[in-house]
Design a protein around this ligand. Structure first.
Ligand SMILES: NC(=O)c1ccc[n+]([C@@H]2O[C@H](COP(=O)([O-])OP(=O)(O)OC[C@H]3O[C@@H](n4cnc5c(N)ncnc54)[C@H](OP(=O)(O)O)[C@@H]3O)[C@@H](O)[C@H]2O)c1
Length: 354
């Protein structure tokens, strides 16, 4: 009999004061009590994404209280934080035939609760990502998937040399947009906040950005996109941070799309209605979570396509900061430090050591 000692970052109420709301819940999993369809997972890594913090704040993508953290004593319902992560299968029930011990897997649906060191799942909950390196698998579910789908969702007839313009050019999503666009011979203009280092800007170009423009230049009312596009169409403007809207819209060619997928900057979407009318622009929203609930198979197809792109070296994983949870530490404290460090050091991913 093996008893696995688990801990999870959990919350019972929604709110912004993470120090107060988040706490560690301990649980135990007895491997002999796994049912024939259950799969026992050890967490390898789980990122801290802006949407995870938004979820704890409440009001959208609310968590689903779990009672199945462990199987030794009854658990009271609690919400487990985190929506993305990669796990290794360490035991399978007698009737599990589509996964085996050693496989690397990610959750199919959001709200899995990935900030925990062990989990019990069923085959239907998982996507096999064993063909990926762990660093790639840890973040494939959300940002690369968003980038892949958003390029294809609104425009189906891209032509070589056409442009995408995006704000939040330093975000993980936009770095994958840049790389995936390049595969289709699309050009990308990335808007970034002022003050970025030469090294940061160079990195965005290395990933494939045609131009990287600081916000202060872009937001100037004299900004003219044609200086950069040489007559090619700008068909998609991606608003990933909720800023720079008027000039994103002004940069679009007739029949273009302004697609909002992120709101961290908090600005309202406001622009001259004459632009929308005379250019026939569409203002649309993209939300991976809702796409995944509507069509889980499309999420599986997206992940499989991305696995192919990684293995063919058409995209590479974008760097992030690794933080480590060692047994004996308090997982919530590790997570809270990661949330703070996100503001100064970018994306943080928790790796769970044995
Ligand atoms: N709709 C969806 O399905 C979906 C899916 C995935 C992600 N998202 C959203 O996409 C966005 C990016 O996610 P990510 O994981 O790629 O983020 P990330 O790598 O953590 O990057 C965050 C980005 O936001 C920028 N930023 C933060 N606060 C800002 C502000 N006040 N004004 C302007 N820019 C600001 C940062 O700029 P600096 O580098 O200058 O700090 C950085 O570019 C988030 O809003 C996230 O919620 C949405």
């Amino acid at each position: 009999m093996t008893i696995y000692k688990g801990e999870a970052v959990t919350f019972e109420e929604y709110g912004k004061d993470l120090q107060k709301i988040l706490h560690t819940t301990k649980f135990e999993i007895d491997s002999t009590k796994l049912t024939k369809n259950q799969i026992l997972l050890k967490t390898i890594a789980s990122p801290i994404n802006p949407a995870d913090i938004g979820q704890i704040g409440g009001g959208y993508n609310d968590a689903e209280p779990r009672t199945d953290l462990g199987n030794v004593s009854p658990n009271k319902p609690t919400n487990v934080g985190g929506n993305e992560g990669v796990f290794k299968i360490i035991e399978v029930g007698s009737e599990v035939s589509d996964f085996k011990v050693g496989d690397l897997v990610i959750p199919l649906l959001p709200k899995f609760g990935t900030w925990r060191n062990y989990a019990i799942a069923k085959s239907k909950d998982l996507i096999n990502v064993s063909k990926l390196q762990i660093d790639q698998a840890a973040t494939i579910s959300i940002n690369p998937s968003t980038a892949y789908q958003i390029i294809h969702q609104f425009i189906k007839d891209w032509e070589s040399g056409e442009f995408i313009i995006q704000n939040g050019g330093t975000s993980q999503v936009s770095k994958y947009v840049t790389q995936i666009a390049k595969i289709y011979n699309l050009k990308v203009i990335s808007i970034v906040r002022d003050g970025k280092s030469e090294k940061d800007l160079e990195y965005l170009k290395e990933l494939g950005a045609t131009e990287v423009i600081p916000e202060s230049e872009f937001n100037n009312e004299k900004f003219d996109i044609t200086k950069y596009t040489n007559g090619a169409k700008v068909r998609l403007a991606l608003n990933g941070v909720g800023t720079s809207i008027p000039n994103l819209v002004k940069s679009l060619s007739p029949n273009g799309y302004l697609a909002t997928y992120g709101v961290v900057g908090g600005a309202t979407i406001e622009y001259d209605s004459r632009l929308q009318l005379f250019k026939n622009l569409s203002t649309v929203a993209f939300w991976l979570t809702s796409n995944t609930y509507k069509n889980p198979n499309f999420k599986i197809e997206t992940v499989n396509k991305l696995i192919e792109l990684y293995n063919d070296k058409k995209i590479r994983d974008v760097s992030y900061n690794k933080i480590y949870f060692k047994s004996g530490e308090d997982l919530t404290q590790v997570l809270l430090k990661g949330v703070v460090d996100t503001k100064t050091h970018g994306k943080q991913v928790i790796f769970y050591e044995d």
